[in-house]
Design a protein around this ligand. Sequence first.
Ligand code: SF4
Length: 431
Amino acid sequence: MTSVATRINLLTEKPANLPGATPAPSTCSTALGTSPWDFAPTVSAGYGPGASQDDAVPASSPAQPVIPDEYQQASAEELDRRIAAAKATLGDRVVVLGHFYQRDEVVKHADFLGDSFQLARAARSRPEAEAIVFCGVHFMAETADILSGDHQSVILPNLAAGCSMADMADEDSVEEAWEQLMDVLGETDDDGRQTVIPVTYMNSSAALKAFCGRHGGIVCTSSNAATVLEWAFERGRRVLFFPDQHLGRNTAKAMGIPLEQMPMWNPRHDLGGSTAEQLADAKVILWHGFCSVHRRFTVAQIEQARAEHPGVRVIVHPECPMPVVDAADESGSTDHIRKAVEAAEPGSTFAIGTEINLVNRLADEHPEHTIFCLDPVICPCSTMYRIHPGYLAWVLEELVAGRVINRIAVDATTARDAEVALERMLAALPR
Ligand code: SF4
């Protein structure tokens, strides 16, 4: 398989070699392809190339110490061998989870590969494992810790692997929003239903999942967002949806909710920037958050793909902006995209709007199709990218030596409340 790093270098040298590779303005730096050690927050104050300029790393983010030189200096082959050897020594004592957006060099060592919903289930399916090594980002490891047993340790190989979208909604801002909404709308309607049900996307901190658990709310993923909104409307008048405005808007629109009933909540403004009347009329109040990776996809890219590849099938992730989802042939979670490709007639052509590691892997696994990324300027999720094989080798070899490092542990009260919202999510099966 060709790694993302290699493909970025190829793109730098010969952009015309890739399908639809007309150069476009980009925040994605070729440095992503060569220097994974530069992304520790001690070195860079931002999330790094590929992230939005608005994505400042919060002060509360955990700091990843510099790892021993031997891991930074080792060749790809040596790291591969050391990871495999450590896993073989540990046997059933360890389980490695890999998100679809991870690079191939990491994914090849995963016992489970999936989206956040599937990995949340996988985390509790191996109770015999003492350690769960989560090759994903911080909020995913928190969720795994909540859903796994007390005897298990969840390890995030690089503590700097956060998610800029998750950090766009912090606990204080959501508590403040909730207070303002309760002042304006009250807690319950005349018929006893909640005026607002909080719904948090999986891509959020454990503290916000706990907030939802305490306030009659629920967690959703991109797989089950529609089921979750139906669940919420059975119990309440309207929804406060955070942090991803695009998933909330795209899902609610597909359910027939008009845009006028989806005001945005900007935490920098009183009442989020809406009037009390607008909030009273709202069905879904959308938090002002987004994914830097999926925000890059545009309608112009879809038009270009269709012009260059007649008959192309365009599938995008629902974290993309609404005009992009509307212009695509279909939208769906990473699992939906994967299944659509698997089920297609040989010879199909796909333009896919999601993270590049998943697109490249699908292209490698399905040579019978033509598959390319909708964005001609290749750009991985810069925080997922921080899980370099060197970090994976480091945490696994420390486990072999009897040391648990980079443990993600959610405090008991937060975990208890968050689990309430997560159990509701796990019961809300995708449609
Ligand atoms: S792809 Fe977007 S939502 Fe997913 S981890 Fe990266 S920044 Fe967060």
